[in-house]
Design a protein around this ligand. Structure first.
Ligand code: NAD
Length: 326
């Protein structure tokens, strides 16, 4: 049995801390798939990652076939089948979103170059570190043609999970009964949780909940949920983000059920008027081999189109901020 080699950057951070036990327990790649986990972080954090390694050892996970920690991407990413880019600089006091985008850019240039240089030929990359769409755009550009467009994704799954939970709670349904509720655009406060095509218990979401609520508080609450968690907890979401990373990878590795879609930000092929090359969230389906296709022919009403335009405009602005890195 060959172990899946998975490298995770930002390995000493709180999201990674919640991801590692899930990977080691087989929840990401399967209960019969061995894993070789590589913890990657910046040099000052390596001592801390050693503590995380000790905890992974102490978990005595039967599927854990390999475990290492390094501050050298060229070692951590070597032959990696999956690279989860979680590490990024947090927003400092007085930093605007554009400052954060600029500060993080060089990290993802280095990530992208190292992935192209040493990762496995079939590597797949999931970007979690924010601003994740634009960080993915940067890493993808830095990697060049060796790692094709369809290997890259950025995580909007936490937003999708939030939207489905919220709609289920509002309509008295179970989360598993909510289908085709997916995120379009940026992982930011402009994201679109598109409810016009969603179903609850097989019926249109627009029949299960009031339009006024869907267009108003629902969208606002999903867009602002990350900030609400920071306000309540003092730190940003961690285990819910880890759950979303597990779901994100699993959705790419599992055939999508016929009655559902999932969302992730991927390199646009021009679908729905989203400029080619931008990393934007779309409704996706997977055949279960790690890849995806963008669902075509989804009808968007005027409300959805307006919101999609706004979030895509934001992505274009972010791309302008980092144009020197592309
Ligand atoms: P954290 O502050 O706990 O950890 C950040 C990690 O990044 C640490 O390991 C740190 O050493 C590393 N890091 C710092 N500077 C770095 C640099 N210059 N180069 C490489 N790595 C560096 O943060 P967290 O809560 O674990 O969140 C990690 C990232 O994931 C953040 O960017 C956060 O905004 C993002 N996030 C995204 C989503 C999403 O839905 N896409 C959800 C939650 C968190």
């Amino acid at each position: 049995m060959t172990a899946v080699r998975v490298a995770v950057t930002g390995a000493s951070g709180q999201v990674a801390y919640s991801i590692f036990p899930r990977i080691a327990a087989g929840e990401m790649f399967g209960k019969d798939v061995e894993v070789d986990i590589r913890l990657v972080d910046i040099p000052p954090m390596i001592e801390k990652t050693k503590g995380v390694m000790m905890e992974l050892e102490d978990g005595a996970y039967p599927l854990l076939a390999g475990l290492s920690a390094t501050s050298d991407r060229m070692i951590g990413f070597k032959d990696a089948d999956w690279v989860l880019l979680v590490g990024s600089r947090p927003r400092g006091p007085g930093m605007e979103r554009n400052d954060l985008i600029g500060a993080n850019g060089p990290i993802f240039v280095d990530d992208g170059k190292a992935i192209a240089a040493v990762a496995a030929p079939g590597v797949r990359v999931a970007v979690v570190g924010n601003p994740c769409n634009t960080n993915c755009l940067i890493a993808r550009a830095a990697a060049g043609p060796k790692v094709p467009d369809d290997r890259w994704s950025a995580m909007t799954r936490l937003d999708q999970n939030r939207a489905r939970s919220l709609l289920a709670a509002k309509t008295g349904a179970r989360v598993r009964d909510v289908k085709k509720l997916v995120i379009w655009g940026n992982h930011s406060s402009t994201l679109l949780p598109e409810f016009g095509n969603a179903t609850v218990g097989g019926k249109p979401a627009t029949a299960a909940a009031e339009k006024g609520w869907l267009e108003g508080d629902f969208v606002k609450e999903v867009q602002g949920r990350g900030a609400a968690i920071i306000a309540a907890r003092g730190v940003s979401s961690a285990f819910s983000a880890a759950q979303a990373v597990v779901d994100h990878v699993k959705s790419l590795l599992t055939p999508t059920p016929a009655d559902d879609w999932f969302s992730a930000a991927v390199v646009s092929d021009g679908s729905y008027g989203v400029p080619k090359g931008l990393v934007s969230s779309f409704p996706l389906r997977s055949t279960g081999n790690g890849g995806y296709e963008i669902v075509q022919g989804v009808a968007l009403d005027a409300f959805a189109k307006g919101k999609l335009d706004a979030t895509v405009a934001e992505l274009q602005k972010e791309r302008d901020v980092v144009k020197d890195l592309l």
